[in-house]
Design a protein around this ligand. Sequence first.
Ligand SMILES: *[C@@H]1O[C@H](CO)[C@@H](O)[C@H](O)[C@H]1NC(C)=O
Ligand SMILES: *[C@@H]1O[C@H](CO)[C@@H](O)[C@H](O)[C@H]1NC(C)=O
Ligand SMILES: *[C@@H]1O[C@H](CO)[C@@H](O)[C@H](O)[C@H]1NC(C)=O
Ligand SMILES: *[C@@H]1O[C@H](CO)[C@@H](O)[C@H](O)[C@H]1NC(C)=O
Ligand SMILES: *[C@@H]1O[C@H](CO)[C@@H](O)[C@H](O)[C@H]1NC(C)=O
Ligand SMILES: *[C@@H]1O[C@H](CO)[C@@H](O)[C@H](O)[C@H]1NC(C)=O
Ligand SMILES: *[C@@H]1O[C@H](CO)[C@@H](O)[C@H](O)[C@H]1NC(C)=O
Length: 452
Amino acid sequence: MGLCTLISFFLSTFFLQTLSSLDFPIGSQVSLPIPSIYQPGFKGRAYVLDSSSNSSKFRVALNVEAISGRYFCSLIVLFDDFKVWASDHVVKFIPASKCVLELTHDGNLQLMDQFGFIGWQSGTSYRGVKMLHLEEHIGNLVLIDEANQIIWQCFSHPTDTILWGQQLKAPLPLTVFPTNSSVFYSFEIIQEKVVAYIYWRKNKYSYWQLKPHGNRTIEFMRLGTRGLKIFNQDSHKIAQILSDGTDPIQLFTMGIDGNLGFYHYSLKLGRVKPSYKLLGSCDLPLACGLYGICSPQNTCRYLQTGSIRDEINDRFETGMYNGICELFGDEVEMVQLKGVESILRSPYFILNISEESCVNSCMENCSCDSVVYSDQEKRCFQFGLVAGAREVYGENGQSFWVKMPKEKRDGTSNDTVKKFVAIGGRSNICKQASLLNRSSDWYSTILNPVPG
Ligand SMILES: *[C@@H]1O[C@H](CO)[C@@H](O)[C@H](O)[C@H]1NC(C)=O
Ligand SMILES: *[C@@H]1O[C@H](CO)[C@@H](O)[C@H](O)[C@H]1NC(C)=O
Ligand SMILES: *[C@@H]1O[C@H](CO)[C@@H](O)[C@H](O)[C@H]1NC(C)=O
Ligand SMILES: *[C@@H]1O[C@H](CO)[C@@H](O)[C@H](O)[C@H]1NC(C)=O
Ligand SMILES: *[C@@H]1O[C@H](CO)[C@@H](O)[C@H](O)[C@H]1NC(C)=O
Ligand SMILES: *[C@@H]1O[C@H](CO)[C@@H](O)[C@H](O)[C@H]1NC(C)=O
Ligand SMILES: *[C@@H]1O[C@H](CO)[C@@H](O)[C@H](O)[C@H]1NC(C)=O
């Protein structure tokens, strides 16, 4: 693998034309050539705005990047070298020959290619935009008019990161779209809860949530120096998620594995460093891929043999996975996993149903790969995937059933299934105690509630 080619085009002529390095007036244009041959790892950047004061490390760049055989063109905001906003977070722009950033005379900020094809735009024509401006202390990229009123701002278009001082307002989520995956993750405000979801096909499953005390509707969140503060409609703080580090928090981001984390700037190391991650590896939906089980030592064990597992996970990554019965037809059966729980919850469930009917409903449904049955509420959650499985000791009032190929269990995988079926029976008193802690903390916990 070759080293990344980092080419930074500092356009000195452009900088001479602007009043300061924080402003990009209407009529300005910057462009980057696209290499004619594909070079894996290529990155081309033209820094457009730069906050050079010492307390601030924000820069705005026109960015060309090589990913999976293509060149993408985007406008990005960097905190040090950490990408905190990108125009192509959701929709990628593949330009022909050239990547051009222009703030048109009528006030539209746009990315184009050689032929004038527009790949992204702010949509702010004829609204009096005077310039693009970088708010140097907070990293907000704004389009302002003659009266310095904000017409458009990147803070209103959250991607996977929020910066210190930035608000995340319902209903806008943070999102992450991992490359080579058929899923994406989101961090959303849903009325009285904050929830992390994994989306797959038409389904979404939650794997983390925070519900402040009482029944108060969450209006917005704001990132402070110590963590994320959660506010109601009256702008009263009703909860917070604190980082456990001592360094002042600079940003909060959702990673490509769906984890949520706080970051700070380390003066000693001169770069952005993680302060605290909200979730452990076994709390992540795809910690061990499909049909994998995460253990407290953060190792993975599998319910399928190597070749089947590879096939399932390859299909899953390329968006071709449609459930285990597409691969095995009728040759499947439902197996209860003892000592294993799912961290996933579906917002859709069937109430007032027996365990047997719950398991049968999955067996008869080719879009169902697993169910979680809760004894107490007689509640049946159906899942299109076997994901988010992790070991748990003893009973937790729930049973986890997965659809498995029949004959394959008698082959080499025989071993694995049997082992997991047996785990629950062997727990000793110590393990029972740890069960109570583990099963109560994994879902729907109230973190650092604030009275009032
Ligand atoms: C910026 O940092 C440099 C080196 O750390 C220092 O010499 C300079 O005085 C600082 N400038 C301001 C405005 O703080
Ligand atoms: C995505 O998949 C392609 C083709 O399978 C591969 O070349 C590329 O390296 C993968 N990218 C990542 C980020 O894994
Ligand atoms: C919470 O609010 C919902 C509707 O807003 C209401 O139906 C429910 O009874 C409330 N629950 C409590 C515990 O106040
Ligand atoms: C649940 O089932 C019982 C017995 O079949 C029935 O009496 C009750 O109304 C059901 N409850 C709901 C919420 O459907
Ligand atoms: C089949 O299972 C899927 C879970 O992937 C669920 O969303 C769907 O509602 C189920 N269909 C029926 C008819 O139960
Ligand atoms: C299946 O498991 C049993 C006992 O756990 C073992 O004796 C047997 O050899 C296994 N079969 C295969 C094919 O590995
Ligand atoms: C968790 O376990 C520890 C030690 O076993 C115990 O002291 C503590 O009270 C437990 N916490 C809960 C919430 O059960």
